[in-house]
Design a protein around this ligand. Structure first.
Ligand code: NAP
Length: 247
């Protein structure tokens, strides 16, 4: 068990990549707080899977974009468990459109969840992790934050912002025993990519050297590695999990 006794919080744990992360961290011994914002039934299903994998956890509702909700939830977790070892900033949304069709409100919504959400959650756990002299913050960015993609200007900007944030926070918290890293998934089969037109999926597939789309578990394994002792000398790093789509 790589994470025996560790307490983890996974934002957006109700579905997709977050659910796979919750399951895997729990199967390695972590107690997992499964965050969701609106999909309570899905979060409960994740918790069932967490328990089914031999682990344990709780569901916790908050909107990552809401500073007060995040602060209250983290305070409650620390009060209940006495510590918080691992934060996986996974919650994210995409509003994709050509620049001429995007509204200012679309920008605000995407950035407030994807980027400010990472800031809110990291800030809420930072003091406790520094006090413990131990912590692992793992942020989920995206291949398009690194290479760009037509129709995803706002989403890409929010994800590129996460990379700068990750590196800065890594430098800031390193001396306190807290590592901060990111995983950068390529095309992963989840609700987020399920609605893409067949033609777009085929184009993506043709440009993935490993010849398949990723599964949520592919990303979860990279998160587990960064959360484990095996990654204790790694900080400020971005691990790509994209089948070679971008190198
Ligand atoms: P997904 O299936 O759409 O799941 C998104 C998760 O985020 C859900 O659990 C959702 O919970 C949660 N969430 C959304 N807004 C939230 C908020 N304001 N507060 C708290 N939770 C919120 O997406 P996914 O594909 O698993 O993506 C997970 C992460 O990976 C995202 O950051 C995404 O940008 C990134 N990513 C995905 C891909 C891909 O190909 N799928 C590629 C690169 C990066 P509720 O339903 O309860 O709101």
């Amino acid at each position: 068990m790589k994470l025996e006794g560790k307490i983890a919080l996974v934002t957006g744990g109700s579905r997709g990549i977050g659910r796979a992360v919750c399951r895997l961290l729990a199967s390695e011994g972590a107690f997992v707080f499964v965050n969701y914002s609106s999909s309570e039934d899905a979060a409960r299903e994740t918790l069932e899977e967490v328990k089914g994998s031999g682990g344990d956890g709780e569901i916790v509702r908050f909107n990552v974009a809401d500073e007060a909700e995040v602060r209250d939830a983290v305070e409650k977790i620390v009060k209940e468990k006495g510590r918080l070892d691992i934060l996986v900033n996974n919650a994210g949304i995409a509003i994709d459109n050509l620049i001429v069709r995007l509204k200012g409100d679309d920008f605000d919504r995407v950035v407030s969840v994807n980027l400010k959400g990472v800031f809110n959650c990291s800030r809420a756990v930072a003091r406790q992790m520094m006090k413990q002299k131990y912590g692992r913050i793992i942020n989920v960015t995206s291949v398009v934050g690194e290479m760009g993609n037509a129709g995803q200007s706002v989403y890409s900007a929010s994800k590129a912002g996460i990379i700068g944030f990750t590196k800065s926070l890594a430098k800031e918290l390193a001396s306190r025993g807290v590592t901060v890293n990111a995983v950068s998934p390529g095309f992963i089969e989840t609700d987020m990519t399920a609605s893409l037109p067949e033609k777009v999926r085929e184009e993506y597939l043709a440009s993935i050297p490993l010849g398949r789309f990723g599964e949520p578990e592919d990303v979860a394994r990279a998160v587990l590695f960064l959360a484990s002792d095996g990654a204790s000398y790694i900080t400020g790093e971005v691990i790509r999990v994209n089948g070679g789509l971008y190198m």
